[in-house]
Design a protein around this ligand. Structure first.
Ligand SMILES: [Zn+2]
Ligand SMILES: [Zn+2]
Length: 312
């Protein structure tokens, strides 16, 4: 794991989060409005489009850009990225990135804010941010972006992008677009994003010795536009691509690559050749180990068959 960021311990406070809890579950419950709208494939497309637009905002913007500075862009597009990420309704950009930097710093230790091995599945999935403990963040953790007043404003007013997005959806397509494009899409988007804190530290394969429980999981990578290559990411987190090889699908990276062709983003960081070679040799060693186990199993089976036949 590499990190160029300062070490600051997570802010911990004990306060009753009742109001936020009520608000959170009320917003989650809006998914039930789906029963008020007749099903249509057009509306499903609206939900899917809205999902992937904002998943890109979380993966490419909140995560790869603001948390890990894995590529560069202009000040204007930086704000656009922060705005799209904020539309996912997962709190402010500086809050998100600062806490994520701590997750890498303390992965799977007592100080990890969402470790499933330490605190259980549901806590790591969503209960951690429902507590008041993590309402604040240390500006020291994110000096590279905290210095921009427009980002500090957006972070404080992170409710503005989702609200204007919801109003826009309603203005364009009425109640049906609001329900599918916002309520349904936001519900699925939230849980899909949080699987990276919960499931991708539990299910999948381990390629690199990242000294934590992070896993690579192709299904989560498809669902989250590349974030499921979480073991790769924990091992070399400053890379813009999390799928390290051509066969590891990473939709967010493909879009960043296209944006780089137009000069909208640049200096996309890649893992060094040493890391890539290490990954391939570890895959090869695993494959050989699997083949060896299979061969041994076959030999034991055949031996047993021969013994049965010669006894009869
Ligand atoms: Zn992680
Ligand atoms: Zn990360």
């Amino acid at each position: 794991m590499n990190s160029a960021f300062p070490s600051v311990e997570p802010v911990v406070k004990e306060r009753a989060p009742l109001l936020f809890l009520i608000l959170f579950f009320l917003v989650q419950a809006t998914v039930l409005t789906v029963f008020t709208v007749p099903f249509s494939w057009t509306l499903v497309l609206v939900a899917v489009g809205s999902y992937f637009l904002r998943m890109f905002g979380i993966t490419a913007a909140y995560h790869r850009y603001f948390s890990h500075a894995s590529f560069k862009t202009s000040r204007v597009f930086q704000f656009v990225l922060a705005w799209i990420g904020s539309m996912a309704m997962q709190k402010g950009v500086l809050w998100w990135a600062a806490h994520h930097r701590n997750h890498h710093k303390y992965s799977d230790t007592e100080k990890d804010i969402h470790s499933p091995s330490r605190k259980g599945f549901w806590y790591s999935h969503m209960f951690w941010f429902l507590r008041d403990d993590y309402n604040d963040y240390e500006a020291k953790l994110i000096p590279d972006f905290y210095k921009y007043p427009e980002l500090r404003w957006l972070d404080r007013n992170h409710w503005i992008p989702p609200l204007t997005y919801a109003i826009l959806l309603y203005a364009v397509g009425g109640w049906g677009w609001l329900v599918y494009g916002y309520a349904v899409s936001t519900f699925i988007l939230g849980h899909a994003t949080w699987t990276i804190n919960s499931l991708s530290h539990v299910y999948g394969s381990v390629r690199f010795d990242s000294r934590d429980t992070s896993k690579n999981n192709v299904w989560l990578a498809l669902l989250t536009m590349g974030e499921g290559w979480h073991n790769n990411h924990h091992y070399y987190c400053s890379s813009a691509n999390q799928g390290f090889y051509w066969y590891e699908i990473d939709m967010s990276y493909y879009i960043l690559k296209i944006l780089s062709l137009f000069g909208i983003v640049w200096d996309l960081k890649k893992p060094p050749q040493k890391v890539l070679t290490e990954g391939l040799s570890r895959d090869l060693a695993k494959k050989q180990e699997r083949n060896e186990v299979r061969k041994n199993r076959y030999e034991v089976k055949t031996k047993k068959k021969v013994e049965v036949l010669s006894a009869s």
